[in-house]
Design a protein around this ligand. Structure first.
Ligand code: A5P
Length: 240
């Protein structure tokens, strides 16, 4: 199944998502290896990329999920594996929260956080595309932190995570069954009342046995293209 493309009619934010995605195409150059993000905003990017490939642009994509892979194939964007040594030139992906200033992110509402982080980490440049509702002052304001865990012993892992101060809820799909990621993992949505120190939390999450990866993406985004009622803005990560 190909990722359902939202229209402005059924998603009021869809036109903003599309505007941000189209602006990201300005950063694509012939010959690039591109990380292809997952989610409804990244889907607009992949669709437009496909049109440009059909018009003669030469790029090769590294998909961050089965859905991104299917969508890219649908639009005939050539694909490759994540390179073992060289970098991905540029990744364009969505996010659930973008912290103003740092451009730290929460990601993973679509459950693709493990591959998204692998590709982001391998990328020379990461651009996040989003509608303005994703901007936050502090991570955790609007989203839980998704945490991908192995299925075995997940309730014990959830308990360990709750010891860090959150409520950890196993994600379910629309059919009511437990959601299982592309890599066969459960996702626990961890709602923290407040994330005071994202670095410390990221370290604690990573240290928890049973956790494969978490949805805090710290110091990974270089730029964010954010579209809203006042137009499209390019945000740069504040360097420390
Ligand atoms: C996928 O796992 C996520 O990280 C998405 O990138 C994120 O949820 C943004 O999705 P939308 O563009 O659909 O809001």
């Amino acid at each position: 199944m190909v990722w359902a493309m939202a229209s402005a009619e059924d998603d009021p934010a869809a036109s903003f998502k599309r505007q941000a995605a189209l602006r990201a195409l300005d950063h694509v150059q012939d010959g690039m290896v591109l990380g292809l993000g997952s989610g409804s905003t990244a889907a607009f990017f992949v669709a437009e990329l496909g049109r440009r490939v059909a018009a003669g642009l030469h790029v090769v994509g590294v998909p961050t999920s089965h859905q991104a892979e299917q969508l890219a194939s649908h639009y005939r964007v050539p694909l490759t594996e994540l390179p073992s040594r060289s970098n991905v030139d540029l990744t364009v992906d969505g996010a659930d929260e973008i912290e103003l200033g740092t451009l730290n992110l929460t990601k993973g509402r679509g459950g693709a956080l493990v591959r998204e982080k692998l590709v982001a980490y391998a990328s020379a440049q990461e651009i996040i595309i989003a509608d303005a509702s994703k901007l936050v002052t502090h991570l955790g304001e609007r989203s839980a932190v998704p945490v991908a865990v192995v299925q075995f012993g997940w309730e014990r892992t959830a308990h360990e995570l709750e010891e860090l101060g959150c409520r950890a809820v196993r994600r379910h799909g629309a059919d009511g069954a437990a959601f299982v990621s592309d890599d066969g993992l459960y996702v626990l949505d961890c709602r923290f009342p407040r994330i005071g120190d994202p670095e410390q939390l990221a370290t604690a999450l990573k240290r928890t046995i049973g956790v494969v990866e978490h949805g805090l993406f710290l110091h990974m985004a270089d730029q964010a293209i954010v579209a809203g009622a006042t137009g499209v803005q390019l945000l740069e990560r504040a360097r420390r």
